[in-house]
Design a protein. Structure first.
Length: 446
C-alpha cells in the first residue's frame, strides 16, 4: 500500500519539530549512560578493585558483540524513515520484519560463539588475571539476552523512523528502570557481585523485547499483504540492499568500537588505576554521546523523510536546525563537566587513588563535547540517507589516523597522549563527513 506524499503534505521542519523529536530521544538515550553509571558505581563500591576494571572490559566486549550490531537500529531507521516519507506502508513493514529476522539469527549466533568471542576479546584488551575473571563473570550472565537485545534495536529503529519518539522514550525508560531495579536486587540484595550486574541487564533486555514486540503488533498496518508471505523471502533486491547497508554499517561500527577498544587497551597497559580512571571518564563521553544522539536521531528521521519525498530544501533546513541545537547542547555538556566534574567523579567511586588519577585527565572530558558534535550530527544525516558506504569509508580514514596517533603520541605524553589521539579521531569524523555532504545534496533536485 503506497500513498504518494509531497513535501507540502508533510509538516514543515521547524525548531519546534526538531526539538520535539530530539528531546524525547535525548531523555531516552540519557537513561543509558545513567544505567552504565549505576553499574560502574556499583562495581566501584565492591571491595575488589578488579570489579571496576572487569565491568569496564565486559562493557567493551558488549560494545563489540552487541553494539557492534547497532546497524540493526541504524539501518532500520533509514529504511523506515524513507518508506514513511514516501507513504509506503508495505515497504515500511517489510523492512522491520527483515530486520527482526536478522536480529534473531545474529543473537543466536552470538550465544553459540560466546566462548571464543570472549577469549579473543580478553586476549586483545589485556588486564590482570583478576580483572579478566571479573569480566568473564559479567559476560557469562549477560550474554543470554543477545537475541532480545538485538530485537530491541530494531524496535527502536522503527519508532525513530516513524517519528514515534514518545513511545521510544517510554520503552527505553521501562528497560532501564527495570535494569536499575534488578542491579540493586541482585548485587545489594542477593550479593551476586559482578555477575549480578550482568544478569540485571539480561533481565531488562528480555522485558524490553516483549514490550517492544507488543508495540510493533499494535502499530502494524492494515490492508497490506501478510508479513511472512513468500514474496518477502523472494525479494532478492530488498535482501541485497539490506545486506549492503548492514555490511557497511557493521564495518563502520566495528571500526568505531575498535577505536574505543584501542583506547581501553592503552589504559589497561598503564595499570589498573589508569584503566579505571579512563573507564570513569568514558562515562562522561557516554553521557554526552547519548545526549547528542537525541538530535542525531532527529536528523536521521528528518533526512529519511526528505529523501522519501525528494525535497532538497527540507533536508538542508533539517541539517541546519539540528546542528544548531546540537552545538548548544555540546556547550552545555562542556560547562557542566568543567564545573561539576570533580563531584561526578566522587559519586562514581570512593577509591582515592582512582579519584586522583581521574581528576588529572578531567580536562579532556571537558573538551570532548565540542570536538565530537560535528561527527555525531553528520553520522545522523548519512544514516537517514542510507549512504552507508560513505560512512564506512570515512570511518576507515579516521581509524587509520587514530592508529598513527596511538603509535606516536602516548610514548611522548603517556595517558595524555592517549586522550589527544582520541580527540583527533573524533574531530576527523566530522571533517571527513563534511567533505561528502555537498555530493549528497546534489542528488536531490529542488
Amino acid at each position: 500500500m503506497t500513498i504518494q506524499l509531497t513535501a507540502s503534505s508533510l509538516p514543515p521542519v521547524t525548531h519546534r519539530r526538531v526539538l520535539g523529536l530530539a528531546l524525547p530521544m535525548a531523555l531516552a538515550n540519557l537513561t543509558q549512560p545513567l544505567l552504565a553509571a549505576v553499574d560502574t558505581a556499583m562495581a566501584g563500591h565492591l571491595p575488589q578493585l578488579a570489579a571496576l576494571g572487569g565491568v569496564a572490559l565486559g562493557g567493551v566486549f558488549f560494545n563489540f558483540v552487541l553494539w557492534g550490531f547497532g546497524f540493526l537500529r541504524m539501518g532500520t531507521t533509514g529504511l523506515v524513515a524513507q518508506a514513511h516519507g514516501a507513504g509506503d506502508a508495505l515497504a515500511l513493514r517489510d523492512a522491520v520484519v527483515r530486520a527482526l529476522l536478522l536480529a534473531l539469527g545474529l543473537g543466536v549466533l552470538v550465544i553459540a560463539l560466546r566462548g571464543p568471542l570472549l577469549a579473543l576479546a580478553l586476549h586483545l584488551l589485556g588486564g590482570s588475571a583478576a580483572v579478566q575473571d571479573a569480566a568473564r563473570a559479567y559476560v557469562h550472565t549477560r550474554i543470554w539476552s543477545a537475541p532480545m537485545a538485538l530485537a530491541n534495536y530494531v524496535v527502536l529503529g522503527y519508532l525513530i523512523g516513524v517519528q514515534r519518539v514518545r513511545l521510544a522514550l517510554a520503552l527505553q525508560l521501562l528497560i532501564n528502570l527495570a535494569n536499575v531495579a534488578a542491579v540493586f536486587a541482585l548485587v545489594r540484595g542477593s550479593g551476586l557481585g559482578v555477575a549480578g550486574i550482568g544478569a540485571a541487564t539480561a533481565i531488562a533486555d528480555a522485558l524490553g523485547c516483549v514490550s517492544g514486540l507488543m508495540l510493533l503488533w499494535q502499530q502494524r498496518p492494515h490492508g497490506v499483504a501478510p508479513a511472512l508471505r513468500p514474496a518477502l523471502w523472494r525479494d532478492g533486491a530488498a535482501w541485497r540492499r539490506l545486506a549492503a547497508l548492514n555490511r557497511d554499517l557493521f564495518l563502520r561500527t566495528m571500526l568505531l568500537l575498535g577505536a574505543f577498544g584501542w583506547f581501553a587497551h592503552a589504559g589497561a597497559k598503564a595499570g589498573e588505576i589508569t584503566l579505571a580512571a579512563n573507564a570513569l571518564l568514558l562515562n562522561f563521553q557516554t553521557f554526552m554521546a547519548y545526549g547528542l544522539d537525541g538530535l542525531a536521531h532527529a536528523v536521521e528521521a528528518l533526512t529519511g523523510e526528505a529523501i522519501g519525498v525528494r525535497d532538497r530544501s527540507r533536508l538542508v533546513v533539517a541539517i541546519r536546525l539540528s546542528v544548531l541545537w546540537a552545538l548548544v547542547l555540546a556547550l552545555i555538556f562542556s560547562a557542566v563537566y568543567a564545573l561539576a566534574g570533580a563531584d561526578i567523579i566522587d559519586l562514581l567511586t570512593d577509591q582515592a587513588a582512582v579519584r586522583a588519577m581521574t581528576l588529572r585527565y578531567l580536562p579532556w572530558a571537558v573538551l570532548t563535547p565540542v570536538i565530537s558534535v560535528w561527527g555525531f550530527m553528520l553520522d545522523g544525516v548519512f544514516i537517514g540517507a542510507t549512504r552507508t558506504h560513505t560512512l564506512m569509508r570515512c570511518m576507515a580514514i579516521c581509524v587509520a589516523a587514530l592508529a598513527l596517533g596511538m603509535l606516536t603520541l602516548p610514548p611522548l605524553w603517556g595517558n595524555h597522549g592517549v586522550w589527544l589521539a582520541l580527540m583527533l579521531f573524533m574531530a576527523l569524523r566530522g571533517v571527513t563527513l563534511a567533505t561528502q555532504l555537498p555530493r549528497l545534496l546534489r542528488t536531490l533536485r529542488q
